[in-house]
Design a protein around this ligand. Structure first.
Ligand code: ZN
Ligand code: ZN
Length: 448
């Protein structure tokens, strides 16, 4: 008995000593010590990607790692509109009075066959929602984000004397379908786990070298609104067009006219995009079909710009139908899909300035750049609630091999980017910088 007691005391003392050592240790040394394990975790997650709504293994792995790091973890947080449960997780670490800081990592992968050729490449195949067999790949680097979160959790747990408050880590599902953040809020995220004062996230990028980061102040990523359009006509024999109303011809006019919304109706200083990514109509060359269906994505940086686009789509569809003489009861159907839409990702300027100075202090001025907004979209901003109630900032984490990026840039080219089959973050330096950056930002923000 005595021996056991002594043994236990010894262990407690050793653990306390270890924690004290980590606390005193400089962050760089701590992160370097974690890197071999983090890189092998990254390769494991990379080789076993899961599509949006299916992040079961990834979230369980993240939950286990965060528990080991000393966080209180709740799994299966999130409810989709159809009532199904999401694989969201929340991990809390309380450390006295101070701000409540949300840090978010997304966990889902994309239906892409990986072509990077790396040893840890994914060979996973699965069926998508429509039953087609698809490859699965972490082509957006959300595996980097998950791994970075694990490293950040360990570093924060090991340096509790340097910060005060509560760390609230969010493992977010379904970013690629932009319904994951909404699903977590719908499951009473903040009522159950407390409303954060500040929220930060990072995203990897192919436009910067590993070892560097960049940040935008103000609007950072565009809003995205998904719209379905059905142009209805009157089908008939392909040789007797005078007896019908041809929706294929209407679709042709609609597609071309649609581009005048951005070029002629939008303010040129307020960027916007309208893209038709999917079009279906007809089944045989000599049959005029009854309708043509189109799936659109639109991007905008202001509410006004977004509204001009939506009004323009309705007007253009109606105008095309009227000019073709389509009867009123067959007017076009335009549906805005709110569940597949997301607002502008807005980096709160004050918080962005604080985050940037923490990044400069941790990585050096030469490794922190100011960046420009882009037309891609993200649902992280949803966690900041309506009217940016909670200040949010997302910064960019360089993920490319510096020499390869320099030689591509010298030829006026870029390296394969997110959502392509050859997007290849270089693991070790990217994760090292991600953990160092996010931990330093968290410590800087978690001050009384
Ligand atoms: Zn993505
Ligand atoms: Zn992404």
């Amino acid at each position: 008995m005595a021996n056991t007691t002594f043994g236990r005391l010894g262990l407690v003392a050793a653990a306390a000593l270890l924690a004290a050592t980590a606390d005193a240790q400089d962050l760089g040394t701590f992160v370097n010590g974690q890197l071999p394990n983090l890189v092998s975790t990254y390769k494991d997650i990379h080789s076993r990607p899961e599509l949006s709504h299916h992040e079961e293994r990834t979230s369980a792995l993240l939950a286990a790692e965060l528990r080991k790091a000393g966080f209180a973890v709740t799994e299966h947080v999130g409810k989709y509109p159809d009532g199904s449960q999401a694989f969201g997780l929340v991990a809390l670490l309380q450390n006295g009075a101070g701000p409540r800081l949300l840090i978010r990592a997304d966990m889902d992968a994309l239906p892409i066959v990986e072509e990077t050729g790396v040893a840890y490449a994914s060979h996973v195949k699965t069926k998508n929602a429509s039953g087609q067999e698809v490859g699965v790949m972490h082509a957006c680097g959300h595996d980097i984000h998950v791994t970075t979160m694990i490293g950040t959790a360990r570093a924060l747990a090991a340096s509790k004397s340097k910060w005060h408050g509560t760390v609230m880590l969010i493992g977010q599902p379904s970013e690629e379908t932009i319904d994951g953040a909404k699903a977590m809020l719908a499951d009473h995220l903040y009522e159950r786990f407390g409303k954060p004062d500040l929220a930060v996230a990072l995203h990897d990028t192919n436009s910067r070298a590993a070892g560097t980061v960049s940040i935008v102040s103000g609007p950072t990523l565009a809003s995205s609104t998904s719209v379905d359009v059905v142009l209805r006509g009157i089908g008939g024999h392909g040789a007797r067009p005078q007896e019908g109303k041809d929706p294929i011809v209407m679709a042709g006019e609609f597609i071309v006219q649609l581009q005048t919304i951005v070029s002629r109706q939008e303010n040129p200083r307020d960027p916007a995009v309208v893209t038709i990514g999917d079009i279906h109509g007809g089944a045989k060359r000599n049959v005029i079909p009854n309708e043509v269906k189109m799936e659109l994505t639109t991007r905008a940086f202001s509410d006004q710009g977004r509204q001009i686009i939506l009004d323009g789509i309705v007007r253009t569809a109606q105008g095309v139908a009227v000019s073709a003489g389509v009867p009123k009861e067959l007017a076009p159907i335009v549906t805005v899909l709110d569940a597949e839409s997301t607002p502008v990702m807005y980096n709160d300027p004050k918080l962005a300035a604080r985050v940037k100075s923490a990044l400069v202090a941790a990585l050096g001025t030469e490794n922190v750049a100011d960046d420009e907004p882009i037309m891609a979209s993200e649902d992280f901003g949803v966690l900041g609630l309506e009217k940016h109630e909670i200040p949010t900032v997302m910064f960019w984490l360089g993920a490319m091999d510096p020499a390869q990026l320099a030689s591509a840039n010298a030829q006026g080219k870029s390296l394969p980017g997110p959502h392509t089959s050859r997007f290849e973050p270089v693991p070790e330096p990217t994760i090292r910088t991600g953990v160092t950056a996010m931990t330093s930002v968290a410590i800087a923000l978690l001050q009384p």
